[in-house]
Ligand binder design. Structure first.
Ligand code: 13P
Length: 250
């Protein structure tokens, strides 16, 4: 096992360019001696601004979505070619807000995953169950389906550029975090699914982040779990006071 910790900030639909620039600059300063892998994913409109600030630092540049097509008549969409042009290295796909608010299904997410991988991006594939699915005992079924369908047609070589983020929907933006033990159980299960699809070696190497109300107060106990390899942070990634302690969890 040679997994590293990977702490990512999903800035969602927050911040003007000036606010993003300030946040990015503070993170560059405060994380320059950080020991883990880091990423920030600003809104599309702020990517270029942030790109100029984090270029050449230890913080990677991410986008929160992409179109399922390379280019064409797709009003309102943003293509992988345009993201590459801005220096984006990683694309977050299948976020629960895309799945549930914008009705993205596994087939659409899979199309985006394959396109992004084909163009050499790292993909953070988000999976996770709704509260009613958890209460109905369907956590494994939902996470397995989203993993298997999201990765359909992805080969083991491409899998090296895939990170999975387990984000239980009921824990996102609610202040409710999965207990480290509950999260760990799902991470173990997802790693098993990857093992079945791609073999033990791939399963032992894949990075599985946890997301859902990660805060400075709970980061260390989550990261202490054997199969939790990092965090995908929403709300707490918008302020250096909360993101830096998470990124440097002890
Ligand atoms: P919160 O950290 O705000 O719960 O959001 C998690 C998330 O959705 C990250 O992608």
């Amino acid at each position: 096992m040679n997994r590293h910790y990977y702490i990512a900030g999903n800035w969602k639909m927050f911040n003007t360019r000036a606010q993003s620039a300030q946040l990015a600059q503070e993170l560059v300063n405060e994380l320059k001696d950080g020991k883990h892998k880091y990423l920030v994913a600003p809104s599309f409109t702020n990517i270029e601004t942030v790109s100029a600030i984090i270029q050449g630092t230890n913080i990677r540049l991410g986008a929160q979505n992409c179109a399922p097509e390379e280019q064409g008549a797709h009003t309102g969409e943003v293509s992988v070619l345009q993201l590459k042009d801005l220096g984006v290295e990683t694309i977050i796909l299948g976020h629960s807000e895309r799945r549930h608010s914008y009705k993205e299904d596994d087939a659409l997410i899979n199309k985006k995953v394959k396109l992004a991988l084909k163009h050499g991006f790292e993909v953070i594939l988000c999976i996770g169950e709704l509260l009613e699915e958890r209460e109905a005992g369907k956590v494994e079924e939902v996470c397995e389906t989203q993993t298997v369908k999201g990765l359909e047609g992805v080969n083991v070589l491409e899998l090296g550029n895939v990170v999975i983020a387990y984000e239980p929907v009921w824990a996102i933006g609610t202040g409710k975090t999965a207990t480290p033990q509950d999260a760990e159980a799902v991470h173990v299960f997802v790693r098993k699914v990857i093992g079945r699809l791609y073999g033990e070696d791939a399963a032992s190497k894949i990075i599985i982040q946890y997301g859902g109300s990660v805060k400075p107060e709970n980061a260390a106990e989550l990261m202490a779990m054997e199969n939790i390899d990092g965090a995908l942070v929403g709300g707490a990634s918008l302020k250096p006071e909360s993101f830096v302690p998470i990124a440097k969890f002890a």
